[in-house]
Ligand binder design. Sequence first.
Ligand code: ADP
Ligand code: MG
Length: 256
Amino acid sequence: MTEVSVAKDDVPVTGDLVVLKSVNKHFGALHVLQDIDLTITRGEVVVVIGPSGSGKSTLCRAINRLETIDSGDISIDGKPLPQEGKALARLRADVGMVFQSFNLFAHKTVLENVMLGQIKVRKADKKVAEEKARALLDRVGVATQADKYPAQLSGGQQQRVAIARALAMDPKVMLFDEPTSALDPEMINEVLEVMQQLAREGMTMIVVTHEMGFARSAANRVVFMADGRIVEEAVPDQFFSNPRSDRAKDFLSKIL
Ligand code: ADP
Ligand code: MG
C-alpha cells in the first residue's frame, strides 16, 4: 500500500485500487505504452494529461481490458485483469468508462440505457433497476429526459446519461477519456460539475482531460504522459506552477 493521504472534503484515501506494473504495449512498431507504473488509491482522483498521441486513451482502454497489453501486470482491487468470459464482464462493470463520444444505445430510451447493464450484468430485478436508474438520472440532472431517445438530448445531457449508466453498475473506479472534448463549450460545465460532485463524494476516478480548471480543483494528482511514458507526476498546484520536465513545460505553455 502506498502512503495514506486525504482527498477533497476529507474523504479518506486508503488502499490501492488500480495498480499497473511495468505495462508495455505496442501497435506494430509503435511502443505506445512504455514501462507504465501507476498506482491509484481508493478515493483518489487522478487527472492524466499530455499531448495527443501520447497513449492516454490506450492506457484507459488497457485498464478496462478493451486493449490487451504485451507485458506487465494490471490489477483492480487486488485481482489481476481476467482474460475473458463472465469474469471479464464483471471487471468491465467494476470499471465505469465514459468516452468522448457518448456511446449510448441509440435505439433504447435514456431510462433503458441506464437499466440495461444492471439487468444483464448485475442480474438486478427490473423494478429495482428502474428505481435506481431514475435516482441516478435525477442525480445527474436529466430525470425529465428518461423516456426520450439519446438523439433527442443535447450532447451535455447525453454525456450525463453516460455517466449515470456507468454509475448504475456500482463501479469501483470511473475512467473518463476526454469526456467534454466533443461538447459545445456551453455544455462543458454541466458535465464537469457532475464529475466534481462524484469526486467530492469519494469516487475513485481516472480522468483524461484538457480541462485544467477541473484538474486544479478536483485532482489529487496530475499524471503527465508523453510518447507512451509517464514523464511527471505531481499534485496539481506543483505541476501547474512548477513543472519539472521540459516536455511538461512545453505542453503547458501551449495550453494555458
Ligand atoms: P492519446 O489518447 O494520448 O491521444 P492514444 O492512446 O489514442 O493517444 O494513441 C497513442 C498512439 O497509438 C497514437 O499514435 C495512435 O495513432 C496509436 N494507436 C491508437 N490506437 C491504435 C490502434 N488500434 N492501432 C494502431 N495504432 C493505434
Ligand atoms: Mg485519446
